[in-house]
Write a protein that binds this ligand. Structure first.
Ligand code: PLP
Length: 409
């Protein structure tokens, strides 16, 4: 049997569908974000990264780097095993307390990634509720979809952010049936926000539990970085908040926060928690440092919003097809996988600008885009150079731009 043939065919299929993925070999330069070295086939080159989810640049913050180095030096590198085997190390306990406090919850529980926290968190919670019906937003992230699937219970998908549809499904389920509403607070590909207050109203009216993924909002929204739920004053109305340490907090890991009983149940029942090694102490200390800093400092949040608004204004004025939203995400519509990849390649090779193309299945076919994520450290000069480079690329690829007079409106 020629087993290799199966893999070769699978790869050929991806090439044929123009969605074979290539990643640039990058080395970010701490203290000089968003500058990085690109280890190109022709040797190292200086580039500017415009698509990092280290949204606030906390991955280079001296307090965060210092905490990581200090902890690794003091207690060593690994966690030494799963928590069931090797116990819980102190930096992890401190981090869980920090996260519970961030979200105003009784407890929190850490996982090795945000992906795992959704996958094992949702499935474990739903499995523990007899006859649970999960109501899941149509644009939920793959990690949530996997969590819902692994729960093995009934599920219904409500149209994205459509409260009338959600209400219809809640009514149809009936008052006696246990229901879990699962959604994100900020959808990272379009940059739009869920109406959390209305979701809480519906959950309370029809007796549903709520599970909200704040992965693209923690650190960045709310007076202490608690996310959209904190900003909107509804944190206390949501049963389970899920987040990551890998984006605005600049580290690695995921978590859920909720009541002491829910968290204790997931700790006691979730395979994705029980059977895998805990996060290393140095990562936990670094994340704690980032969270503590962002609870007290608004500079990063304000500058981040200012930079995102400036990028949108300048690209819009240049006639580039910015997909509009009210958040820090700047999606630039391309609508063709081939051209999206070509645009990304040209930006990198000819302009030293790195923006990864976003193709199916991350977004729907025909909605391919460049997803730009400005950070507090993208200055005016970098923004102007980005706009010039994009205009040149758009021109070379024959991609449409809006007329200037329309663009300026
Ligand atoms: N949830 C959402 C909405 C995401 O976009 C992602 C990853 O990008 C995750 C969860 C997974 O988080 P992590 O990268 O920490 O695994």
């Amino acid at each position: 049997m020629d087993y290799n043939k199966f893999f070769h065919t699978a790869l050929t299929r991806l090439h044929d569908e123009r969605r074979y993925r290539v990643f640039a070999d990058l080395e970010r330069i701490a203290g000089r974000f968003p500058h990085a070295l690109w280890h190109s086939p022709k040797g190292p080159r200086n580039v500017v990264i415009w698509c990092s989810n280290d949204y606030l640049g906390m991955g280079q913050h001296p307090k965060v780097v210092g905490a990581m180095v200090e902890t690794a030096t003091r207690v060593g590198t690994g966690a030494g095993g799963t928590r069931n085997i090797a116990g819980t190390h102190h930096p992890l306990v401190q981090l869980e307390q920090e996260l519970a406090d961030l979200h105003g919850k009784q407890a929190s529980l850490l996982f090795t990634s945000g992906y795992v926290s959704n996958q094992t968190g949702i499935s474990t919670i739903a499995k523990l509720i007899p006859n649970c019906l999960i109501l899941s937003d149509a644009l939920n992230h793959n990690s949530m979809i996997e969590g819902v699937r692994q729960a093995g219970c009934d599920r219904q998908i409500f149209r994205h952010n459509d409260m009338a549809h959600l209400e219809e499904l809640l009514i149809a389920a009936g008052p006696e049936r246990p229901k879990l509403i699962a959604c994100e607070s900020l959808y990272s590909m379009d940059g739009d926000v869920a109406p959390l207050s209305k979701i809480c109203d519906l959950a309370e009216k029809y007796g549903a539990m709520t599970y909200v993924d704040e992965v693209h909002a923690v650190g960045m929204y709310g007076p202490r970085g608690g996310g959209i739920a904190e900003r909107d004053g509804v944190m206390h109305r949501i049963d389970v908040l899920e987040g990551t340490l890998a984006k605005a907090f600049g580290c690695l890991g995921g978590y859920i926060a909720g009541s002491a009983d829910i968290i204790d149940c997931v700790r006691s029942y979730a395979p994705g928690f029980i059977f895998t090694t805990a996060l290393p102490p140095a990562i936990c200390s670094a994340a704690t440092a980032a969270i503590r800093h962002l609870k007290a400092s608004n500079w990063e949040r304000e500058r981040h919003q200012d930079r995102a608004a400036r990028v949108k204004a300048i690209l819009n004025a240049a006639g580039l097809p910015v997909m509009s939203n009210d958040t820090h995400i700047v999606p630039l519509f391309v609508g063709d996988p081939e051209k999206c990849k070509q645009a990304s390649d040209m930006l990198l090779e000819e302009h030293g600008i790195y923006i990864q193309p976003i193709n199916y299945p991350t977004v729907a076919k025909g909605t391919e885009r460049l997803r730009i994520t400005p950070s507090p450290y993208h200055d005016d000069g970098l923004i102007d150079r980005l706009a010039e480079a994009l205009l040149q690329v758009w021109d070379r690829l024959g991609l449409p731009v809006k007329q200037k007079s329309l663009a300026a409106e």
